[in-house]
Design a protein around this ligand. Structure first.
Ligand code: ADP
Ligand code: MG
Length: 579
């Protein structure tokens, strides 16, 4: 994307994030101006200091000059602390604000978005890109304010000393234009590539740490290492190119400055020898020019930094521009009949081009238990995703108690449904807090009861901190069966009218499964339950069984009816776990 089209981002951040700090920034800029003025006063004292005191020997002025110089440095030291603190404070606040907004926004996006963008990439954008912005605020903003002020002060002083000398000093300046614009182009390109490589490195790391066990088991450490090293090498190369470009900028300016200085020494030196100008004038001029070049050097890199920051902003706003898929606006608040029949009618759904559900139609009676069986990949878990609006159907309708779920507020729909699946749904918090996620406003007594009912307490009793023991990242401190029990406890606590069980007891041992099953039979008595199961006992107890194949229901009925048919179910029946 070209710079012009990216600069539209500046008013955007200004309005959303920076404007509210404009008072602070205005104060900071005033102190920067004050510093520029102080430096002007300092340079102006040099001429009388040399001509009147040092050369002519008027000791009477020594005191007042010393006092002025001290005052200048006092103003500078206080002022610089104030404006530095203010700009850094603004930078940190803005970055925090963007990070909060960005995270809140990301949480509203659809699964489709998260399927496309890896956690590593998103983390890099939320943390890395915003932090890079902060670096920009604390170096570039400072430089723009302070250096411009100094530049103006010094230029004014130099012109006052001798406008001709000033002109001569900058004699080489036009030579700067071309190399600087070329360098800036290089810096921009490399900065952008460096950010992209950095993001892909984060993705790599995220995958390594998430997949650490698979990496160990498949002896992939060396392989992953090589891949990561390759990425790092690319990153180092691009980052260095951009840094070399930035480093070359001051060098070019130094060269030009050198030429200017030499020219002035020749030209001005003659004027001083002939007595036309005083040595004090030359000292004052020399200081002013020496102090001008540092700000100029920094200011030339400002445009590069701005371009770099725009690239960060672009990557951030790319996320802000992602919108959740348009949902029909909710006309109803929540379910009027939470225990009504659940009906899918002609539902089609695909991930990308591959159809997963094809004209899927079925009814799951309210207050009853309906089982779904079928080979893996048949689309069973997907239908749960549609019912909970994690994914949206391509066509067809899904209703609960006659109410199209499209017309409900997603929040309320999900509030009426508890899901127990095999996905790692645990956070690195205590078992207690993980259960509490089912109902965050409940009291501890109910949490403990749920823990007892779902047999969490049974194994928690053997952990050093009981229910307060940590589950580990994504529940990694627990066995598969223990994780499931925590998730079941969460669903019990949730006590929603609709319960979706996706292989909910698959990881449990026989003994525990029987106990949990008994509990669930009791618990689901007055609920609408949809269960995906591979155990014969669970399936047999269901009020109705739907057999799924390739995204469609191919058979429905009770266990005995379906067996008698001798078709899909009876074939599948032999594969169901019987123990
Ligand atoms: N996030 C996804 N992106 C692309 N394809 C997916 C995704 N999730 C599932 N699928 C595909 O959808 C099909 C149905 O998956 P799923 O509903 O999980 O099957 P089941 O639960 O019956 O085993 C499978 O072919 C699977 O590969
Ligand atoms: Mg599944």
């Amino acid at each position: 994307m070209s710079e012009e089209s990216r600069s539209y981002l500046i008013p955007k951040v200004w309005h959303s994030y920076i404007k509210r700090h404009s008072f602070k920034l205005a104060i900071a800029f005033s102190f920067m101006l004050l510093e520029g003025a102080a430096m002007y006063v300092f340079v102006r004292t040099l001429k009388p200091m040399f001509d009147n005191v040092f050369i002519a020997g008027q000791t009477s002025q020594l005191g007042s000059i010393s006092l002025t110089v001290f005052a200048v440095f006092l103003v500078r030291s206080i002022g610089s602390f104030i404006y530095r603190s203010l700009t850094v404070k603004t930078g940190v606040n803005v970055v925090g604000h963007i990070q909060r907004d960005l995270t809140r926004h990301l949480l509203t996006l659809d699964m489709a978005f998260f399927n496309r963008h890896s956690p590593g990439e998103l983390i890099e954008r939320v943390r890395g890109d915003t932090q890079a912005l902060q670096g920009f605020a604390s170096t570039t903003l400072l430089s723009v304010g302070r250096d411009t002020a100094t530049l103006i002060g010094m230029l004014a002083s130099a012109l006052q000393d001798d406008w001709m000398w000033t002109l001569i000093v900058f004699i080489g300046a036009p030579l700067l234009v071309l190399p600087i614009s070329l360098l800036q182009k290089l810096i921009r390109k490399q900065t952008r590539r460096a950010r992209e490589t950095s993001a892909s490195l984060s993705t790599r790391l995220d995958e390594i740490f998430h997949g650490i066990k698979a990496i160990k088991l498949n002896n992939l450490a060396q392989h992953e290492n090589d891949r990561f090293n390759l990425g790092v090498r690319t990153f180092v190369r691009t980052a260095l190119k951009s840094e070399y470009g930035k480093a070359a900028m001051p060098s070019i300016i130094d060269l030009i400055a050198g030429i200017g200085f030499v020219a002035v020494i020749f030209y001005g030196g003659q004027e001083i020898i002939s007595g036309e100008k005083t040595a004090g004038t030359f000292i004052s001029f020399f200081f002013a020019i020496a102090l001008i070049f540092d700000p100029i050097r920094r200011l030339t890199s400002v445009s590069g930094s701005i371009q770099g920051a725009l690239i960060n902003l672009e990557r951030i706003y790319f996320l802000f521009d992602q919108k959740p898929a348009a949902r029909p606006s909710a006309t109803a608040h929540g379910l009027t009949q939470p225990l009504g029949d659940i009906e899918f009618r002609g539902v089609n759904f695909s991930y990308g081009p591959v159809p997963v559900l094809r004209e899927l139609s079925f009814v799951a009676a309210g207050g009853k238990t309906t089982a779904f069986v079928g080979a893996s990949g048949a689309g069973k878990s997907t239908l749960f995703n549609l019912l909970t609006h994690i994914e949206l159907p391509d066509s067809g309708t899904i209703s609960i108690g006659g109410q199209n779920i499209d017309s409900l507020e997603v929040h309320n729909l999900r509030h009426s449904i508890a899901v127990v699946s095999q996905e790692s749904a645990l956070f690195d918090e205590s078992l207690h807090d993980n259960i509490k996620l089912g109902d965050v406003v409940t009291d501890d007594r109910r949490i403990e009861q749920a823990a007892v009912d779902a047999l969490v307490s049974e194994f928690a009793a053997e952990l050093p901190f009981g229910l307060q023991s940590l589950a580990g990242p994504r529940g990694s401190n627990l066995s598969g069966g223990q994780r499931q029990r925590v998730i079941i406890a969460r669903a019990l606590l949730r006590d929603a009218p609709i319960l979706l069980l996706d292989e909910a007891t698959a990881a449990l041992d026989n003994q525990t499964e029987i106990q949990i099953q008994t509990l669930l039979d009791e618990f689901t008595r007055d609920k609408t339950t949809l269960v995906i199961a591979h155990r014969l006992t669970t399936v047999m107890n269901a009020d109705l069984i739907h057999v799924m194949k390739d995204g469609q229901i191919v058979e429905s009925g009770s266990h005995t009816e379906l067996l008698a048919k001798g078709a899909h179910y009876s074939a599948l029946h032999r594969t169901l776990a019987t123990d």
